[in-house]
Write a protein that binds this ligand. Structure first.
Ligand code: TYD
Length: 338
């Protein structure tokens, strides 16, 4: 069986490519190698005869048509994913996350054979009040340009299902953590900065809550949905772990794991439009026999060890992003403390 994975050099995509190869799929990986991707994530796959890498963009319609032809499955992980960057510049998010998806859908419609699995997010629902959980049919209320772009993509996917009868499935994940994630994200950033004894910029009061799944559990869930086949696919399926933690709890735990004082945690100006809480109802997936295997405390400890060993990338573009995102915030916190 043949699968086109888009965004396979990114965080989730690279873990998924390795799993698909292990499961015997012929994998074509289309990736445009943005700042968030890292071909080294797939160094071990390079010599696999079932693996092919294509450097290109999901908005390149002729290329996408050529690559979709003959595939059994298209798995779309190609996306701009960082909420903070979407606040700095939404246009790139609309292009990759909405136009890119329409380009894939058009190619699939034209080919008339491949199924699509579109990776989406619990963020399409916006903030979910405690103790509610989002079931698959909860209405969308996205808050950020990022989550609005993912919701827009989902609406296009649903429209192609309804209008053209395309075999499409949407998977909505909660927050994912583990090795190979870009250092801009919360857990890698705090793991790397605490190691270097740098202040940890915690947005607002830090009592925002997220649901966290280890990337290996996410990948196993996606594999199970693929194996279960079209009977269980079509429509949306939630992939959540039930492991919900406040940001401040996680920040403190990361300090403890790195043997650093909690005083490194610095409350800074909150993210605009910051969602307070996400929580998924994943009973549909669990009824198919899936359950997460990595308890958050174990997964976090392993992940922090991994970033301590693997976070020394010297990247001037990232350094400039960090300055734009945090310099004023951290200076503001220091002045407020005086
Ligand atoms: P993030 O990893 O950006 O994921 P998302 O915004 O998609 O949930 O952030 C996770 C949480 O951590 C989120 O509530 C924002 C918070 N956060 C901080 O407090 N400080 C930071 O520097 C970052 C990057 C995130």
């Amino acid at each position: 069986m043949k699968v086109l994975v888009t965004g396979g050099c990114g965080f989730i995509g690279s873990h998924m490519v390795r799993q698909l190869l292990a499961d015997g799929w012929q994998v074509t990986n289309l990736d445009n190698l943005t700042y968030a991707s890292n071909p080294a994530n797939l160094a071990s796959a390079m010599d696999d005869p079932g693996y092919r890498f294509v450097h290109g963009d999901i908005c390149d319609a002729p290329l996408v048509k050529e690559l979709v032809a003959g595939q059994d499955l298209v798995l779309n992980f190609a996306a701009e994913t960082h909420v903070d960057r979407s606040l700095l510049g939404p246009a790139a998010f609309v292009r990759a996350n909405v136009e890119g998806v329409v380009c894939l859908l058009e190619a699939i419609r034209d080919d008339g054979h491949a199924e699509l699995i579109q990776m989406s997010t619990d963020e399409v629902f916006g903030s979910v009040p405690d103790p509610e959980e989002s079931a698959e049919d909860r209405p969308f209320r996205p808050s950020s340009p990022y989550s609005a772009s993912k919701a827009a993509a989902e609406l296009q996917v649903a429209a192609y299902r309804t209008t053209y009868g395309l075999p499409v499935t949407v998977l909505r994940g909660c927050n994912v953590y583990g090795p190979n994630q870009h250092l801009e994200k919360f857990i890698p950033l705090f793991a790397a900065r605490s190691m270097r004894r740098e202040p940890l910029p915690l947005y607002g009061d830090g009592l925002q809550q997220r649901e966290w799944i280890h990337v290996s559990d996410l990948v196993h869930a996606i594999s199970m949905v693929i194996r279960a086949g079209s009977e269980t696919q079509r429509g949306a399926i939630h992939i959540g772990s039930g492991e919900r933690r406040t940001n401040i709890e996680i920040a403190q735990r990361i300090c403890d794991l790195n043997e650093r004082p909690h005083e490194l945690i610095t409350h800074v100006k909150d993210r605009a439009g910051h969602d307070r809480r996400y929580a998924l109802d994943s009973s549909r997936l669990r009824s198919l026999g899936w359950a997460p295997e990595v308890p958050f405390e174990h997964g976090l400890a392993r992940t922090v060890v991994w970033y301590v060993a693997n976070s020394s990338r010297d990247d001037p573009a990232f350094a400039s992003y960090l300055r734009e995102q945090y310099e004023v915030r951290l200076a503001g916190a220091a002045n407020a403390a005086k």
